[in-house]
Design a protein around this ligand. Structure first.
Ligand code: DBV
Length: 257
């Protein structure tokens, strides 16, 4: 199937892509916000590559869906499908710094070793109750409800902790029916609850004064720099699409602030 994507809002059609229902749900949820295309160069809207061995090559497809709205600078999904090698949805919503809003972040990753699943509303600035309190109060009940059924994902790097909320869902699940059941019964509704809380916060957000926006912008830049520098997908994307494409994708598309 060869679909040419001309706009960042065109549907992502990747056969057998594990995470399609999550992206479709997110796109539907964003629709009432009047999304407009976010400019993405053609080579990042859809890119094909190969992995595996010479004798048994595996086709790789990476697509980007993205939009902007009056309050959201960029909402974007990196979608990777490489059959048994990898299936990924990395979805991040970046608000404009003129609103006191966190980021929405989801990293849904299927590798031969299992699923790695991360979901959070991530602060742009920490140790600032004005930024975090109203979010965390509403997030924690969702976290407690859904994380109760999930195994812990294990330690995350110390320097990354400031970029997470206490409602960070982070788990590793096995491939097969056990993992699929938890994805259907826990990860799917958790994703939906986190996203609808986020979109409620967006709806209610009012513009902040310029000096506050400056502080938020600084925090957003630090977060983006961290994510770009430490992107756990860098090695995988480099294998799939080469280093030049991958560095441009990370710095100019995924974390472009
Ligand atoms: N992660 C990204 C982007 C991806 C992506 C843009 C385009 O930020 C995929 C794809 N994440 C991805 C892959 C792996 C991980 C792992 C392919 C596996 C890497 C590997 O094992 O080879 C959450 N994601 C991870 C890890 C964490 C996160 C903690 C494990 C890192 C490790 O073990 O070293 N990513 C992290 C996070 C958010 C996020 C908290 C936001 C909610 O997007």
């Amino acid at each position: 199937m060869n679909t040419l994507r001309l706009s960042s809002l065109d549907p992502v059609k990747i056969p057998n892509w594990r995470w399609a229902p999550f992206l479709n749900h997110a796109i539907k949820s964003l629709a009432p916000l009047n999304p407009e295309p976010y400019p993405i160069p053609q080579e990042f809207l859809k890119q094909e590559g190969n992995t595996g061995s010479k004798s048994q090559p595996i086709k790789v497809t990476t697509c980007t869906w993205a939009c902007k709205t009056n309050k959201l600078r960029q909402a974007r999904a990196a979608c990777v499908e490489a059959d048994s090698s990898a299936s990924v949805l990395n979805f991040v919503i970046n608000p404009y710094c003129t609103y006191d809003l966190p980021f929405f972040g989801a990293d849904l990753v299927t590798l031969p070793s299992g699923h790695l699943l991360a979901l959070d509303l991530q602060p742009a600035i920490t140790s600032d109750e004005k930024h975090t309190k109203q979010v965390w109060e509403r997030l924690m009940p969702l976290f407690e409800h859904w994380s109760a059924r999930l195994p812990k994902g294990g330690p995350i790097p110390e320097e990354a902790k400031r970029y997470f909320s206490p409602g960070f869902i982070w788990t590793r699940l096995p491939l097969g029916s056990e993992g699929n059941k938890l994805i259907d019964e826990v990860i799917t509704p958790a994703f939906s609850d986190y996203l609808s809380l986020y979109l409620d916060l967006v709806k209610a957000a009012v513009q902040v004064p310029p000096e506050r926006a400056g502080i938020l912008l600084e925090g957003q830049k630090q977060y983006m720099n961290y994510r770009a520098q430490k992107d756990p997908a860098r090695a995988m994307l480099t294998r799939f699409h080469g280093s030049k494409w991958t560095e441009a994708y990370i710095h100019e598309v995924l974390f472009d602030l």
